[in-house]
Design a protein around this ligand. Structure first.
Ligand code: 13P
Length: 256
């Protein structure tokens, strides 16, 4: 069986000025910037991308953005493109986060355009999928996840698919302190892997990392990360402090 390197990504959301971002990332570089057991990605707001990028130079940390526009340039006020991110040595980009879908009206079709644009520009998309509380309670979790996944990956080739990272983030678990049970999370992760097998073949599906996101903390991470199809975490709140984020990296290293 292929062993997938665990990936811990910090989504800082709309937090930290450049100065605060620099303080945090300097701590992370000192603590986990040399280890290679776990792939670690930090995703600051656009305003700190360049500062954080310079601070992680020479370390093993990688740089991610939280969003991007599918076009390379043009009259899209307030937006940022893949070539702009690449020019700042960004390697990853979170796409289709539930906050973008719910608060900014992003559709599956729009998210798909971004995924294709990211891949075209050698950026690794972290494609987020996940159901709301109402959808879980009405028993449509797998249907929702399937729709978001298949639409988000439409047109992605078998060759480029291993560059994609999937993040399963149940909306009801984000920022609420309510973490999915290991059984709930593993069930959806295994389902996602079975869909990836259908879309891209088994060997490709075995290479794709599927992260869990939603109130992941040092206390609940070891059990989640030990699941067969959980290959890491997309961390919100616990990524805002070096101590908890470093503990999450250690938890991932321990089950690697
Ligand atoms: P929390 O870890 O704060 O629940 O956020 C998860 C998330 O949305 C990461 O993208």
């Amino acid at each position: 069986m292929i062993s997938r390197k665990k990936l811990i990504a910090g989504n800082w959301k709309m937090n930290k000025t450049s100065a605060d971002a620099l303080t945090l990332v300097a701590d992370l570089v000192a603590s986990v910037g040399r280890q290679t057991d776990v792939e670690v990605v930090v995703c600051p707001p656009f305003t700190s991308i360049e500062t954080v990028g310079k601070a992680i130079e020479g370390s093993t940390l990688k740089l991610g953005a939280q969003n991007m526009h599918p076009e390379a340039n043009g009259a899209y006020t307030g937006e940022v493109s893949a070539p702009m991110l690449r020019a700042l040595f960004t390697t990853h980009v979170i796409l289709g986060h539930s906050e973008r879908r719910a608060l900014f009206g992003e559709t599956d079709v729009f998210v798909n355009k971004k995924v294709l644009a990211a891949l075209k520009n050698q950026l690794k998309p972290i494609l987020c999928v996940g159901e709301s509380l109402g959808e879980r309670e009405s028993g449509s979790t797998l249907k929702i996840v399937q729709t978001q996944l298949e639409a988000g990956l439409d047109g992605v080739s078998k060759e480029l698919a291993p560059s994609v990272v999937i993040a399963y983030e149940p909306v009801w678990a984000i920022g609420t302190g309510k973490v999915a049970t290991t059984e709930q999370a593993q069930e959806v992760h295994a389902f996602i892997r079975s869909l990836l097998t259908k879309l891209f073949t088994e060997p490709v599906a075995q290479k794709v990392r599927i992260l869990y996101g939603g109130s992941m903390k040092p206390a609940n991470a070891p059990e989640l990360l030990a699941q067969k199809d959980i290959d890491g975490g997309l961390i919100g709140g616990a990524a805002l402090e070096a101590r908890s984020f470093v503990e999450l990296v250690s938890a991932a290293a321990a089950v690697q």
